[in-house]
Ligand binder design. Structure first.
Ligand code: FAD
Length: 470
């Protein structure tokens, strides 16, 4: 990068916020540490006006821009690809909550607000922001919206996209679109915000958003349930939705490996049930009303399920501490994956009713490909979203296994497509799945996506190499 450009950028946002060389290290990395990031500089603007000024300068000089929030994305979306000459634009200093209107149940916040801080601000006003995921202490609102994050509450409240009322976006030519409306009803033309939600920074930079808040749950019932099979889990899901008046907020499927892996690999014995089961469900139901009704409803559902052989054992959390411990079991799965020295990760979805067939077929297919391989599919089964992860055989070193990673994930994705699913349920496409998307996406849909991209970003400066590669 020319010193002329660095000094022009420095003039815009000050020297402390233009980082080069080793100062870029805290930003220029991939969360999964599977690839290197090569920005020519990291910029940390402090306002929408500064973001717009940077984008205008980059547009004039055709400098590619990679937007970044908390950098917890899992598909390489924030990696500045080698040879592109891109700058990394970190939004972390845009971290103000601009407004919270308890009467309107809305909150307007800047893109760099950490998700947990938004949840806390809503709670302080006796309101609830129902986006929740493992990375919530680090990920940021702009990243959540740009990746259309899912998480554990999607079943009840939808994806990030469903929580947005309005957006402020810096467009690739540097203009600011102020679409920060808080209206629940607004049918005045095309709903442009949906173009930017889930666009992974390829169409513009989200600088702020107005989001929906909800009544804070007064009662949360959490139960760990042993089930004999994924088919039993799916039937239980239907019973629980009906039996609780659709108060179910989370429904996570976990294999036995969760407990065996915790004991053997993390040294944590955390199975509170009396006998081992091949599969488990962690379910949560919530209500805005305090009182015994919800517990009674969930108990009745589980009793019926027990009678029908859909459930073999169950335990309720009787305190917030016990709730935390049950969720810790679910959260230990990614940790086990890291500790076993690497696994092939996938993030896929199929229609909920097809989950049992999909799991059986995919476990068979990957096991036939490599004996000793350790599939441990888990995830947000209430939304049809499975993280079908596959650990290496105990006697195979990671580099040898890594050489098979593409072939293994292709096997999983083949099964996903055969079962009417998507190769990206909630993490997005980034650069990891961009080539594959170009191969498998409906050609008409791809054509429309390319035309939208060309219209908004004709010079292709926004996050090159991500989502759309050709
Ligand atoms: P980043 O990683 O910084 O960016 C993500 C993408 O958005 C990139 O393409 C980036 O260029 C773009 N971007 C970032 N900010 C902006 C902006 N302001 N304007 C335009 N583009 C922007 N995801 C889920 O959906 N559900 C889960 O349950 C879940 N659990 C996770 C658990 C762990 C432990 C980890 C590490 C990740 C998990 N993720 C999950 C993935 C990740 O946390 C989410 O995708 C999250 O929404 C990303 O937010 P971020 O701020 O870290 O975004």
């Amino acid at each position: 990068m020319s010193t002329d450009l660095i000094s022009a950028l420095t003039d815009l946002i000050g020297p402390r916020h233009v980082l080069t060389g080793s100062d870029m290290a805290p930003y220029a990395f991939d969360w999964r540490q599977r690839e290197e990031s090569h920005p020519v500089a990291v910029l940390r603007p402090g306002s929408t006006a500064e973001v717009a000024a940077i984008v205008r300068l980059c547009a004039e000089r055709r400098i590619p821009i990679v937007p970044q929030g908390g950098n917890t994305g899992l598909v390489g979306g924030t990696v500045a690809l080698k040879g592109t000459g891109a700058i990394l634009l970190n939004l972390g200093r845009l971290n103000h909550i601009r407004a919270l209107d308890a009467a309107d149940y809305t909150l307007t916040a800047e893109a760099g607000c950490v998700l947990a801080d938004i949840q806390a601000a809503a709670a302080a006003a006796d309101r609830y922001f129902p986006l929740s995921l493992g990375a919530e202490g680090t990920c940021m609102l702009g990243g959540n919206l740009s990746s259309n994050a899912g998480g554990i509450l999607t079943l009840r409240y939808g994806n990030a996209r469903d929580l947005v009322l309005g957006l402020e976006v810096v467009l690739p030519d540097g203009r600011v679109w102020n679409g920060l409306r808080t209206l629940r009803k607004d049918n005045s033309g095309y709903d442009l915000k949906h173009l930017f939600l889930g666009a992974e920074g390829t169409l513009g930079i989200i600088t702020a958003a107005s989001v929906k808040l909800y009544p804070r749950p007064r009662q949360i019932e959490t139960a760990l349930v042993a089930v004999p099979s994924p088919a039993a889990a799916v039937t239980l899901l239907g019973l629980a939705r009906t039996g609780t008046g659709d108060s179910l907020s989370a429904f996570e499927l976990m294999p036995r490996f969760t407990f065996d892996g915790s004991r053997e690999i993390l040294g944590r014995d955390q199975d509170p049930l009396s006998a081992p089961s091949p599969w488990y469900v962690l379910l949560e139901a919530s209500s805005g009303m305090a009182g015994p009704t919800l517990r009674g409803q969930v108990e009745a559902v589980l009793e019926t399920a027990l009678e029908q052989g859909l459930v073999t054992d169950a335990i309720f959390a009787d305190s917030m501490e016990q709730q935390r411990k049950l969720w810790l079991i679910r959260e230990s799965l990614p940790e086990i994956g890291r500790k076993i020295g690497g696994a092939v990760h996938t993030d896929v979805s199929v229609p909920v009713s097809r989950i049992p067939d999909f799991l059986a077929a995919t476990i068979n297919a990957v096991s036939a490909y490599m004996p000793g391989i350790r599939p441990y599919p888990f995830g947000h089964v209430g939304d049809g979203n499975i993280h079908f992860n596959i650990g290496r055989p105990a006697d195979m070193e990671w580099p040898a296994y890594l050489a098979h990673a593409h072939a293994i994930s292709d096997i999983v994705h083949e099964q996903v497509l055969a079962h009417g699913g998507s190769i990206s349920a909630e993490h997005g496409i980034g650069n990891h799945k961009a080539e594959e998307l170009a191969r498998i996406k409906d050609p008409v849909e791809l054509d429309l996506m390319r035309k939208v991209k060309a219209m908004l970003d004709p010079d292709g400066i926004m996050n090159p190499g991500k989502v759309l590669v050709r």
